[in-house]
Structure formats: C-alpha cells, structure tokens
Design a protein around this ligand. Structure first.
Ligand code: G2I
Length: 441
C-alpha cells in the first residue's frame, strides 16, 4: 500500500517543523545515495567502504596455525600484537632489546598488505622485572630510552602507537593511577609522547585506556581533560584509543557515541582498540551493532579492532566475547557487525557484476514513539527491497516508494520518485535499525 505523509503532531507550528525535517531527511538520503557502494563481504572490505579499518589482536605463537591465519588474513586489515611489543617482551634486560616476536607479527601483517598498531610503549603493567624495581629519575630515563629504542626499531612501519596505556585510576577520583611511572612526575605522559614523536614522526600517537567509554565517568572526563590540555599546549597527540572491553558489569553505554564525538571534537582521531563484548546470540550481536553504528556516526572514528580472532583466542575466552567461535564459524555478532559496517544492508554472498542492486539503511529523525529510516538503492532503477522490522515495530508512514505490509517484513518497490525512499517506524519497544535487502525482480 502507498501511505502518504501525515504530520506527527496536530499543532500547526509543529506540523511545519516536521515537514521541513522530513524534507531534509529525503535530501540527505539523496546525497548518501551518490556515495552508496556495493556491500562488503568481509569486515575489512565493509569498513573500507567508509575509509575505516577493521583490525584484530594477533598472537605470534598462533601464526603457524592455518585455521587462525586464514580468518585473520581474510577479515582484518589492521594488526595489533597482543603481547609481543609490550615492555617485558621487547626489553627483557635493561638495554637488551628483543624484537623477535614483534617482528614476526609485523612481517606477517605487512607481507599480507595489512597495517600495524603498536601496543604499547609505556605502561604500569607487564614491565620487565628490572623496570619494576626502578624509581625516580633512573626510571624516567629508562622509560624514555625504551620509548625511543622501540619506536625507532619500528619507525615507518606503525600506523598508530599506543604510546601510553592505562594511566588513569578507576573509580570516581579522576586521578592518575598510582605506579612507579607516575611517581617519576606528572609530566611522564607528555615526556613519553615527545620521545615517541621524535623517534617515529609519521606514526599517529595515541593515548589508550579502558573504562573510558561512558561519557559521564570520571575516568573518561580525566582522559578528555588530558587530551584537551595536550592539544592546547602543543604536546604531540593524534588519537585516543578506547579499548572497549564490555560485559554485563560494564555494558556498552547509551552515551558511547557522545564519548566518541566529544574526543573527536578535540581534534584527535578516535580508534576502538580492543573491542570485545561478552555474551552470545542476538544480545551480543545487538551490542556489536551499536558499537559499529556509533563509530560510523563519528567521522573521526577511523577504525575498530577486536581483541582476538576466535572466542578461544580471547583473554576472556569463557565469556565468548569475539566474532568467531572456537571452530572459526561466524557468530551472530559477526553478521551484525558486517551488516552495520555495510550501513545496514546485507551483502550478496555471491556478487557478480551487474546482477542486482544494493540498499543502504540509515537512521534519521527520532521521536519518543517512532523514528525515520532512510533507504538508498543503488545498482538498478527497478528493485524490490525487503525491510525487516525489528521486534514489534510497525509502519506508520512511507514516502517515495510503494510499501506493503505493516509489521514483520515489508516490501518496497519504486513509485516513480527515484531510488531514495523512507519510512517512519513505530518503535513498540525496539529502537533497532530495520534490516534491508535488495533484489531486481
Ligand atoms: O587485559 C586485556 C587487555 C587490556 N588492555 C591492554 C591489553 O594489553 C590487555 O591485553 C592482555 C592480553 O590479551 C593477555 O594475553 O594483557 C594481558 C596481560 O596484562 C595478557 O595476559 C598475559 C598473561 O597475563 C600472561 O600470563 C601470559 O604469559 O598473556 C601472556 C601471554 O599469553
């Protein structure tokens, strides 16, 4: 059935506003359609459509396992060494550096056309024994020497370095974490960043931390203030890494996108650096979707890395927090992540040139009880789009297409208005973005 636009509020002034808003949405969809591209069929291809990367942590001792490297090579284009570039691994004895395993990871990544995130140059944890026992100016010099030597060894091969990791305390204090490094003086973080810039001027330099995802948390605000201060004083910093380790005690916050956009507004890139979300099935899939949608909504959120390949590779294996199960099968979380990277569309599993159409789906205006969804078809002027409403959602309105059905799966076909159309959906308890697939009848 074709539905005509009806105003969402009876009052005249509000009617004018809502019609103007809907007009803006339709125009915005027209702009989006010009850049719509074929859906990617791997995480790295789908992320690349919007100029982003999709990465994973890799363990050197698994590079000989083909089930592991097959998935890693196919799906990811940014590689982080899970442990092999940390302080205990790279400087086991003072001034004796060991890059064997870090180099194995870099060479695997680069020979497969991937980029590398460096993790990490200065951290209170995983210090070699000799460093744990140091303090004061001797420790400060040893830390700066470590930053310089490691960043120099990898100079020109690192996309972004986690220069300093986890330097703030948990809880409500907003204070620095107490550590031997912190006790060398509050300026240890900026000293580390300056040393890293001098050693590898082309790497992006990041501050990386966990529990910095909720915008209202004291730790998030403390990191924000550090970055703002560095930018104001010209201390070299290019990016903020949000580790984003989520579980039931630490869920994906509702204000996550606000956190990403607030950091980005300081003039730094934002990278999601160690994403994992404990859980299973559709709840886990939904959380991954929310994280990806938040990143895609912030232009300076430039990439997402998950912290391992399969659940069994995870530091939290019992929480099954990753995108592949222990047998290497794609989980529901994989599919929701891929679809979200593709802007809500489901990729054709067997694409051939000229064989159809693709549709991108995006969220637009939202009210208390309902929201608008913009759909943009590319690849064909004749099409049929199946729209999967989520939960108890139902159709209120549609424009620029003939839409049949009111709940569950809707079908949209052209009505002469072109390839960009929209619907208004009553939430009825679900704010999830409907899915859509396109076919040529
Ligand atoms: O703790 C999760 C991550 C939090 N953010 C910083 C990351 O660097 C950190 O990674 C984890 C690794 O995934 C674990 O693999 O860091 C842990 C140490 O803090 C790593 O665990 C260590 C074990 O503690 C060692 O016993 C083990 O020898 O992994 C080592 C290598 O498997």
């Amino acid at each position: 059935m074709t539905r005509t636009l009806t105003p969402p509020r009876p009052r005249r002034r509000l009617r004018a506003i809502s019609l103007a808003t809907v007009t803006a949405v339709v125009l915005a969809a027209g702009v989006a359609a010009t850049s719509a591209q074929a859906a990617g069929s791997t995480l790295q291809a789908a992320a690349a459509e919007s100029g982003r990367y999709f990465g994973t942590a890799i363990a050197a001792n698994k590079l000989s396992e083909s089930a592991y490297t097959t998935i890693a090579n196919r799906e990811f284009n940014m590689i982080t060494a899970e442990n092999e570039m940390k302080l205990d691994a790279t400087e086991p004895n003072q001034n004796q550096f060991n890059f064997t395993n870090g180099d194995r990871i870099v060479s695997w990544a680069r020979s497969n056309g991937k980029q590398v995130r460096g993790h990490t140059l200065a951290w209170h944890s995983q210090q070699p024994g000799w460093m744990q026992n140091m303090s004061g100016s001797a420790l400060r010099s040893a830390m700066l020497n470590h930053v310089t030597q490691v960043a120099t060894h990898y100079r020109g091969q690192i996309h972004s370095w986690d220069v300093v990791n986890e330097a703030f305390a948990d809880g409500s204090s907003g204070a620095r974490r107490d550590s031997n490094l912190q006790r060398t003086g509050n300026d240890w973080i900026e000293a580390a960043f300056r040393a890293a810039r001098a050693a590898d001027p082309n790497a992006k330099l990041c501050y990386n931390d966990y529990n910095t995802d909720d915008w209202t948390h004291a730790k998030t605000q403390a990191v924000y203030n550090l970055v703002r201060d560095f930018k104001a004083r010209g201390v070299p910093i290019d990016c903020v890494g949000l580790q984003s380790h989520f579980n039931s005690q630490s869920p994906v916050p509702s204000n996550y996108q606000t956190t990403l956009s607030s950091f980005a507004a300081l003039g730094v890139d934002v990278q999601i650096t160690e994403l994992d979300i404990e859980g299973s099935g559709s709840a886990q899939a939904d959380n991954y979707r929310r994280v990806v949608e938040a990143c895609l909504a912030v232009s300076r959120c430039t990439g997402i890395s998950v912290w391992g390949v399969r659940d069994t590779d995870s530091w939290r294996a019992s929480g099954t927090p990753l995108l592949f199960d222990g047998n290497g099968n794609k989980k529901a979380a994989y599919t929701s992540t891929l679809n979200a990277l593709n802007g809500g569309s489901t990729p054709d599993p067997d694409p051939e040139p000229g064989d159809g159409c693709t549709v991108t789906v995006s969220r637009a205006n939202e009210w208390g009880d309902r929201f608008n969804v913009s759909l943009a078809v590319s690849g064909s002027s004749t099409w049929r789009v199946s729209i999967g409403l989520q939960g108890a959602q139902s159709l209120q309105n549609s424009w620029n297409a003939t839409v049949s059905g009111t709940s569950g799966t809707l079908t949209a076909t052209p009505n002469g208005a072109g390839n960009n159309f929209g619907i208004t959906v009553y939430k009825n308890g679900s704010t999830n973005l409907p899915t859509a697939t396109c076919s040529v009848p």
